[in-house]
Design a protein around this ligand. Structure first.
Ligand code: SMO
Length: 724
């Protein structure tokens, strides 16, 4: 079939023109298109001659692959090809960003080279004329596997990478309090599972170029990875991220599937598409958290925090995504969070296991750090008889001392932590909730209730949120007729980037947002960028847009004729840090363990806000994911490494009815790290909400001398703790 190159479907760079432009400036300009079904996702693309790929995946967690019998599959009418390791030998897994000390990073190939390392690991690739035939053929491929005992997440495997830093020295007396937390594996679970379409086209100067449609957060990174794997110059690879239905870190980098797809499409000379199923994503997409942490805290004689020791272990599964080491690095560098503590030792280890890969997931180490720190502060307060809010107030950085260089090597941004605590306490009515809690406990005691029917808990989650380093870029063109085109290296998977960037640039250019076309996600039409990660797109990407708009305005004011253009690469000199405080009141029904969130108040510091509706959407979406992680979500493998949560019947995602009553407020302090003054907010809900919920459950159980179970805090687990 080689040489059968198909013409491309008509496709404009993102975004498509809107059916009806929004009239209300608060509406998202993306929504008219998306809500009318006019979005274009990878699965909507239908170039002529399109072939469909399905991966044959391991049903065993660990073993030797002795052979792949694909004759029956190849003989099925409509099957075009079956690729095994023998057909595509020795293709290396993509490189890992070595952000922390690599000790013994594993290497491997895209199809495993005879080693089976997890349930769901791709071992062959079936290509057929339509997806139903491809699935049927994949079922006919026989994998001959010699099973080996799996290394489960809990196994004591040697670390493959490590980070450690310290300041001062830990006291050599017993700690005031210590805590252990475990964050189970969870699934980022975007609405749109992973998807890619690889299309080889004749190059101008001979040879072929690859047009790769990828549901990705990072088109520039995908382009680099594809070029490396295919031994092509960058100029011969174009990556387009069309509409992408959510990502949450799970699409932070392409993986073995996209690379295999590109190699197979080159062999076949036809466009080739892969659309992961929900089950396939739950089994083989990068997962999140999969970490455990332990901490110790020492208070001085006056009750102030003197020292903190934090240790994190992340289980990264059977292969390393590009950013696999990031959560470990983040968790360790964030300690001691919002608190001023002289003596700190922070450590993190990365370990492998025979399970799905663990990579970025909304928060990426920030939740791990915040949950551990907030538990430590609460336990220290309990041990020393202090109110947990009072201890936080005395321990946080004062606003006047920030920004400040930290011993970890980071620089904490400008923020008003005492102000955040005060505003949250007021919004939540912290004093009132404590009073009500005391009244209920007193009434129970009076009634001689040793087993009160309802347990009331109050929890605080104070957090800081570093928002990304490095560069983003913007190219801004003044077109004839007063219109503008903004091309950004940042990307979008539903965040409303077009709305935010147009709203940012319009007043600077003296036009309306509708006069600005925003292009993103296409490496041919957009400048390079890192992508939508780490809550970075407003702080860093927005700063590039700001500078480009200022420069272009100057050019136009100076008499420059249209069309004219400026290109800005904004390198963040410092990292922006957002912050916030979540306060929760909840009740646990003793007889059933059922947990009900009674009230949740949240004050966030996002710095300069570009668009209040987008801010609120990010806060509430993050809250839902943080709540899901804390109360119901868990990827479960059995002791054979078999996945037990392979569908949404088994894996509990939060639904609308699970959302608690929420009250939001802002206490914004301009970032000192970028010209826009903006901070990120995308991950905040996953950071502060689980910390507050866990503290509230511990608070509810404390009078009974019990501690909260591990996440997720389900009714069954709470009931077991109460029965013990
Ligand atoms: S978890 Mo985000 O995509 O850094």
């Amino acid at each position: 079939m080689r040489g059968m190159v198909m013409p491309m479907p008509m496709r404009m760079p993102m975004p498509m023109p809107m059916p009806t432009p929004p009239t209300d400036a608060l509406l998202r300009r993306e929504d008219a298109r998306l809500l009318c079904g006019a979005g274009q996702f990878v699965g909507d693309l239908r170039p002529p001659g399109l072939l469909q790929a399905v991966f044959v995946r391991s049903a065993h967690a660990h073993g030797r692959l002795r052979g792949v019998m694909a004759d029956a599959a190849r003989a099925l009418p409509g099957v075009v090809a079956v690729f095994t390791e023998a057909d595509l030998p020795g293709l290396a897994l993509p490189a890992v960003n070595p952000l922390i000390q690599p000790l013994d990073l594993p290497s491997g190939t895209l199809l495993g080279s005879g080693l089976v390392a997890a349930v769901g690991a791709p071992l062959a690739l079936v290509v057929a004329l339509d997806p139903a035939i491809a699935r049927q053929a994949a079922d006919l491929v026989w994998l001959d596997i010699d099973e080996l005992p799996p290394l489960l997440d809990g196994a004591a495997t040697p670390p493959v990478a490590r980070v450690q830093w310290s300041s001062g020295s830990l006291p050599d007396r017993p700690a005031t309090a210590q805590v252990q937390i475990a964050l189970p594996r969870v699934a980022p679970a975007p609405l749109e599972p992973r998807a890619a379409l690889m299309h080889w086209l004749p190059a101008d100067g001979g040879g072929q170029t690859l047009l790769a449609w990828c549901a990705t957060q990072t088109p520039s990174r995908a382009r680099q990875m594809l070029a490396t794997s295919l031994c092509l110059p960058l100029a011969q690879v174009q990556v387009v991220a069309p509409d992408v239905g959510g990502a949450f870190g799970g699409k932070a980098a392409i993986g073995p599937e996209e690379l295999l797809l590109a190699h197979a499409a080159r062999r076949l000379g036809a466009p080739l598409c892969w659309l992961a199923t929900r089950m396939e994503d739950l089994a083989s997409a990068p997962q999140g958290r999969a970490s455990s942490a332990s901490g110790q805290i020492w208070l001085a004689a006056d009750g102030a925090v003197q020292a903190i020791h934090a240790t994190f272990t992340f289980k990264l599964g059977h292969w390393l995504t590009y950013s696999a080491l990031v959560p470990t690095r983040n968790a360790a560098r964030i300690v001691p969070g919002p608190y001023r503590v002289a003596h700190v030792l922070a450590q993190g280890d990365c370990r492998m296991s025979n399970a799905a890969a663990v990579g970025l997931y909304r928060g990426a180490g920030r939740p791990e750090a915040a949950i551990l720190l907030e538990r430590l502060i609460d336990e220290a307060a309990r041990q020393s008889g202090q109110d947990p809010l009072t201890l936080r107030r005395r321990q946080v950085w004062p606003a006047t001392a920030l920004p400040a260089a930290l011993p970890s090597g980071d620089r904490l941004d400008a923020m008003d932590l005492p102000g955040l605590l005060d505003k949250a306490a007021e919004l939540f009515d912290y004093a009132g909730w404590r009073r009500r809690q005391a009244q209920i406990r007193q009434a129970d005691a009076h009634a001689g209730q040793t087993n009160p029917p309802l347990l009331i808990g109050i929890g605080i989650g104070l957090y800081v949120e570093p928002c990304g380093q490095g560069l983003e870029s913007a190219t801004l063109t003044a077109l004839p007729g007063g219109r503008y085109r903004l091309a950004t290296g940042a990307t979008a998977q539903g965040q409303g980037r077009e709305t935010a960037y147009a709203a940012l640039a319009a007043p600077l250019l003296g036009c309306t947002p509708a006069d600005i076309e925003v292009l993103h996600g296409d490496t041919r039409h957009c400048p390079p960028g890192i992508g939508a990660l780490a809550s970075r797109s407003t702080a860093i990407g927005g700063s590039a847009v700001l500078r480009a708009a200022q420069q272009l305005r100057q050019m136009l004011d100076g008499g420059a004729a249209r069309p004219c253009e400026v290109a800005v690469e904004h390198h963040a000199e410092h990292e922006a840090w957002a912050a916030g405080c979540v306060m929760v009141a909840l009740q646990i029904e003793a007889e059933t363990g059922e947990l009900t969130v009674l009230d949740l108040a949240w004050v966030d510091d996002a710095g300069t806000v570009l668009h209040p509706a987008l801010l609120k959407g990010q806060l509430l979406g993050g809250l839902a994911q943080g709540l899901g992680q804390a109360l119901m979500e868990r990827i479960v493998y059995d002791d054979q490494g078999q996945l037990l949560t392979g569908s949404l019947m088994d894996y509990a995602l939060p639904r609308a009815a699970d959302m608690p009553p929420v009250r939001l407020a802002s206490h914004n302090t301009k970032s000192a790290a970028n010209p826009l003054g903006a901070k990120g907010v995308g991950e905040a809900g996953c950071i502060g909400v689980p910390a507050a919920l866990l503290n509230a459950v511990d608070d509810a159980l404390a009078p009974l001398g019990r501690r909260a179970p591990d996440f997720p805090l389900t009714a069954e687990r709470l009931w077991r703790v109460l029965q013990a």
